[in-house]
Write a protein that binds this ligand. Structure first.
Ligand SMILES: [Zn+2]
Length: 133
C-alpha cells in the first residue's frame, strides 16, 4: 500500500483516482466518484464484503474501549459508569466504522477492477499526466 493510497483511505477518497470523495453525508455515499466517475458500488452487494472489515474494526475498537474502561474508567467511575461511557463512545464511533469499512473494502478490492474499465483508464491517464481520449 502506497503512502498516497493510505492517505486516500484516511481521507475517505476514491480507490481509483484517490481524489474524489466517497461520501456526501454521514452515511450517504456518492454513487460515483465526482472526479473520475468510478462507480463505487461496482455490482449489487459489492459492499457486503465491507462487513468483514467492519467486524475487524469493531473488534479492535471494542478491545481498546474495554482496556480503557477497565484500567482508566472503572477505578474512577465504577464498573457501570465505565460500561456506560464505553457504550456511548462505541455508538458515537458507529458512523466512522461504517464509513471506514466501506472505504477500506473498496481500496482492498481495487486490484480486481477490470483494467479495461473506462473510468479506471481515464483516472490512470489523468494521474500519469496523459490526456484521456
Ligand atoms: Zn475517482
Amino acid at each position: 500500500m502506497t503512502i498516497a493510497r493510505l492517505r486516500a483511505v484516511l481521507r475517505q477518497r476514491c480507490p481509483v483516482c484517490l481524489q474524489g470523495r466517497m461520501f456526501r453525508g454521514v452515511f450517504a455515499m456518492n454513487a460515483a466518484c465526482p472526479v473520475c466517475g468510478h462507480r463505487f458500488e461496482r455490482e449489487t452487494g459489492f459492499f457486503q464484503g465491507a462487513m468483514y472489515v467492519s467486524y475487524a474494526l469493531g473488534i479492535a475498537e471494542a478491545f481498546v474501549l474495554a482496556l480503557v474502561a477497565m484500567f482508566v474508567l472503572a477505578p474512577r467511575l465504577g464498573l457501570f459508569g465505565a460500561i456506560a461511557v464505553a457504550v456511548v463512545v462505541h455508538v458515537a464511533c458507529v458512523p466512522l466504522l461504517f464509513r471506514y469499512s466501506r472505504v477500506i473494502w473498496a481500496h482492498l478490492n481495487i486490484g480486481t477492477l477490470d483494467a479495461a474499465d473506462p473510468a479506471r483508464l481515464a483516472a490512470v491517464r489523468a494521474r500519469d499526466g496523459r490526456p484521456s481520449r
